[in-house]
Ligand binder design. Structure first.
Ligand SMILES: Nc1ncnc2c1ncn2[C@@H]1O[C@H](COP(=O)(O)OP(=O)(O)OP(=O)(O)O)[C@@H](O)[C@H]1O
Ligand SMILES: [Zn+2]
Length: 595
């Protein structure tokens, strides 16, 4: 820079006072100047130059002072000036450019966080994007292992395809369908597939997005979303994580969330306000239906629920096949074996197994994914603490299979027990390892003494099976025991079915107790009677346990058949159970003496 300047000003500089420079400037004798932070260097005009020997024109330098008129005077006298003259304009420019660009940056950040098409400028607008089928490209082929859910959704697809047909017939079409199931089972995927199958636009919004920072934004979005959707009908509106916005109102009075509540109210209003025959179907997804505001589940809203359950063995194999087809699997890979190793895993876990396996194969420079990589992938995924607890070791699985078979057999054997609808050893919820689902044949309000006793025996059937088969007990029956004991106690104290008290009820009905569950119910009887009640309840449990034990010992072969089928397939439905027990007529067992 300095070198350049010196070249430019070939002649030596004369040191001038500033006033002299200004005087020359005003007289129009200055030709050009270079200004930097400390000094001003300049050249005079041709006319001012020295004689013929001077190669250049006369140059001067002066100390730069704070002179607001300098630039205007330079302009006025047509001086060629260059340099960094920090005038007030620049200063003030800087003083607002910097904060302005900071604000802009912040705005960019916020609008990126808020998703595309959603800036500060239009934050009332819904960020719903439209997915045409071409874009999502998802159909039922891409969702595996959830056949029941698919079947239930088929009607919705049919309706979206031929809304006129339904309108003509006047059939009632649900407005809202709630997909309920554990995380990663493919609820989102399924919703998209419904849109894909029906070739309709897919609007999506996530409940957690609703909970925004400004009050009113969520509600505005909901309004906008429904407006857009109605213009594009037939279409699907999908609300993921419905529980984030649909939590029961007023659950937490301390930390109230006006925004969420407003959004929820808007959602309810919108759902009430449109005519489903126009062809807008709302799909919601949640893995915690129990915390939803009951208003959301009322008729005309999400009044239909579709369970997207954890996949069973076959389902897992299907999902593995689906995702396995996207990578190169070695000849030796048996996805059935992988499926058998992964009870409790959901679709996203299984997709992960395949993906992780492929990554490992690439790392080991293999040509294809082999069993080794898939095994390692499973181990890696199981290492996550949350997953581990969900997945059973083979030994545990065996025990759970016999336990559940025990419940099943006792239920089938006893004359009044409800028929078994479904048995599964796929982990459900947090506590239950498996479950046996009984189907009440009719709505029940009254139970006879014998029916209650049968129920208690069924509850104890799991534990009895463990004893018959393994000759020891596990902690898995804790919940069964509690329920059986409570039932026995209530028989004695509330229903007057015991001998100690006869037809005398000492405890209030359960409803009343429930309302005031913190204070123990006042004892209206003596210590003596209390001891007798305990004794009698204990006797009932003990007797029913023996009864369950007897059924299972006598029909151990049936127990084996059911348990082995459970181990192989993880679920047994009512029809399969009937086939498995074909030659055995349940309910025909001799009545147990109930003295
Ligand atoms: N049934 C399935 N068939 C095929 N792939 C599946 C299935 N379930 C899950 N996946 C895979 O897992 C991914 C995540 O699934 P998805 O997001 O649909 O689950 P989700 O039930 O909506 O979970 P969340 O409740 O956590 O939102 C899918 O993109 C897909 O790759
Ligand atoms: Zn049990």
């Amino acid at each position: 820079m300095l070198v350049l300047q010196n070249l430019l000003f070939a002649q030596p500089f004369e040191q001038w006072p500033y006033s002299k420079f200004k005087a020359y400037l005003r007289d129009g004798r200055v030709a050009e100047v270079r200004i930097d932070s400390q000094t001003i260097r300049g050249k005079l005009t041709e006319a001012e130059s020295d004689g013929p020997e001077g190669r250049g024109r006369k140059s001067f330098t002066t100390v730069r002072v704070d002179d607001p008129e300098l630039i205007s005077e330079l302009e006025k006298h047509h001086v060629d000036y260059r340099g960094q003259y920090e005038n007030d304009l620049l200063k003030s420019l800087l003083s607002w450019i910097v904060p302005l660009s900071l604000i802009f940056l912040l705005w960019m950040l916020i609008s990126r966080r808020m998703g595309p098409g959603q800036g500060v400028m239009n934050f009332g607008k819904s960020r719903a994007r439209i997915y045409a089928e071409r874009e999502t490209g998802v159909t039922f082929v891409d969702v595996a292992g959830v056949e029941e859910a698919k079947e239930e959704l088929q009607e919705i697809i049919d309706f979206l395809r031929y809304p006129q047909k339904y309108a003509a017939l006047g059939g009632r079409i649900p407005k809202g369908v709630l997909l309920v199931g554990p995380p990663g089972t493919g609820k989102t995927l399924l919703a998209r597939a419904v849109a894909g199958e029906a070739s309709v636009p897919f609007f999506t919004l996530s409940g957690s997005d609703f909970v925004e920072m400004f009050v009113g934004v969520g509600a505005a979005r909901v309004r906008d979303l429904f407006k857009q959707a109605q213009e594009k009908a037939p279409c699907i509106v999908f609300i993921d994580e419905l529980d984030a916005v649909g939590k029961a109102r007023g659950i937490n009075p301390v930390q109230q969330n006006d925004e969420r509540e407003q959004t929820l109210n808007q959602l309810l209003a919108e759902m009430d306000g449109f005519d489903p025959r126009k062809g807008v179907i709302i799909l919601g997804a949640t893995n915690r239906p129990e915390i939803l505001d009951p208003a959301l589940l009322r008729a005309g809203r999400f009044d239909r629920q579709v369970v997207v359950a954890r996949p069973d063995l076959e389902g897992r194999e299907e999902i593995l096949k689906l995702h396995g087809s996207k990578v190169r699997l070695a000849e030796d890979v048996d996805l059935h074996v992988i499926a058998a190793r992964t009870p409790g895993m959901v679709g996203s876990d299984l997709a992960n197994v395949i993906n992780e396996g492929a990554l490992l194969a690439a790392r080991y420079n293999k040509e294809a994914v082999t069993m080794d990589e898939l095994d390692e992938a499973i181990d890696r995924i199981l290492a996550g603490p949350a997953k581990k607890s969900r997945i059973m070791a083979p030994k545990e699985k065996r025990r759970v299979a016999y336990h559940e078979s025990g419940h099943t057999l006792v239920a089938e054997a006893l004359p009044t027990a409800d028929p078994v609808r479904k048995v599964t050893i796929i982990p459900h919820g947090v506590a239950a390892l498996g479950y046996t689902q009984q189907l009440p044949t009719e709505d029940r309000y009254l139970y006879t003494k014998e029916e209650l006793l049968d129920r208690i025996a069924v509850m104890l059937g799991g534990r009895a099976a463990e004893e018959v088969i393994f000759h020891d007990l596990s902690t898995g029956a804790q919940d069964d025991l509690q329920r059986a004991s409570e039932m026995a106690r209530r028989m004695v104290t509330e229903f007057g079915m015991g001998e100690t008290l006869g037809p005398y009820a000492v405890e209030q009905g359960r409803q009343a107790m429930f309302l005031d569950s913190h204070s123990p119910s006042p004892k209206t009887y003596s210590e003596d009677i209390a001891r007798n009640i305990d004794q009698e309840a204990q006797n009932i449990v003990e007797r029913m346990y023996q009864r369950a034990n007897q059924v299972l010992t006598e029909h151990r072969d049936k127990l084996e058949i059911v348990a082995q089928h459970l181990l192989a397939h993880e679920v047994i439905d009512q029809a399969t159970l009937a086939t498995l027990l074909s030659d055995w007529r349940p309910g025909k067992e001799p009545q147990f003496a109930d003295s």
